[in-house]
Design a protein around this ligand. Structure first.
Ligand SMILES: Nc1ncnc2c1ncn2[C@@H]1O[C@H](COP(=O)(O)OP(=O)(O)OP(=O)(O)O)[C@@H](O)[C@H]1O
Ligand SMILES: [Mg+2]
Length: 236
């Protein structure tokens, strides 16, 4: 079978064109959404999820998420989700092996869309370091195996978590090949948080150069009078 890219509408641009998040079928396809508090990360995450459910049948896309806990994110919820995804990656790998195909692209299993609110929250949750490192190790393996087994992580990350996780595990940021930065880079705000262009850039968010194709900055207008896709309005 020939896989199509998964195309998820997320809003409309100033030119009234639909903005689509495109997840390539044959490559790694993880998305990291960051930006300051109130910039609209959670809103975008919900939009992506609603839009994916509306557009794709469960035979094509299935969703795993921790967004039920949005109002009270518990580190435990994230640890459990990471454990579950890690198990799913390995059970899929075994299944594909039994079917004698080498990648998900050659099978008929649906893409798993793991929609995760504040993925790296657990890094600053006061948990013991052993547990954090174990979860980060699993996260890294999940991110690595994704295009083989058909799993895409769509995550938000607060700036503070981003800084903390970068210190702990810089390699992970390289595994997100779609990076969305909500809002404009505002030097004062991030300098106060101790996050400057170099930290952002080290975490893979290079605002000046935008060297990775697929990176984009969304200027969120917080308007509600637009298209079907979650009633959001963005410009890029
Ligand atoms: N495109 C949009 N259209 C309408 N309302 C929006 C839009 N984006 C954000 N909002 C509203 O702005 C507020 C802040 O958005 P949101 O909670 O998504 O920000 P956040 O980046 O997740 O913040 P935090 O870091 O504090 O979690 C919410 O009340 C949300 O409903
Ligand atoms: Mg939020």
């Amino acid at each position: 079978m020939i896989r199509r890219n998964i195309e998820i509408p997320i809003g409309v641009s100033d030119q009234k064109e639909e903005i689509v998040l495109s997840l390539p079928a044959y490559e790694r396809n993880h998305c990291l959404i960051t930006g300051s508090t109130g910039a609209g990360k959670t809103t975008l995450l919900k939009t992506i999820m609603e839009s994916a459910v509306r557009r794709y049948d469960p035979s094509e896309v299935i969703i795993r998420t921790n967004v039920d806990e949005l109002d009270d994110i518990k580190a435990d919820g994230i640890f459990e989700l990471i454990d579950q995804l890690h198990d799913e990656v390995y059970s899929r790998w075994v299944k594909l092996h039994k079917e004698k195909v080498s990648t998900y692209a050659e099978s008929d299993v649906p893409l798993v869309l793991a929609v995760i609110e504040d993925l790296f929250y657990f890094c600053r949750s006061g948990e013991d370091d052993k547990r954090i490192l174990e979860a980060l190790g699993k996260t890294e393996r999940i991110l690595h195996m994704s295009h083989v087994v058909g799993l895409s992580l769509i995550c938000t990350c607060r700036m503070l978590s981003l800084e903390r996780f970068y210190l702990l595990f810089p390699r992970i940021s390289e595994l997100f090949n779609i990076r969305i930065f909500m809002g404009e880079y505002c030097e004062d705000v991030y300098e106060n948080l101790g996050i400057g262009p170099s930290e952002l850039s080290a975490a893979g968010i290079d605002l000046a150069k935008r060297r990775h194709t697929g990176d984009f900055i969304i200027h969120n207008r917080h308007q509600t009078d637009s298209l079907q896709a979650g009633h959001v309005f963005y410009t890029i």
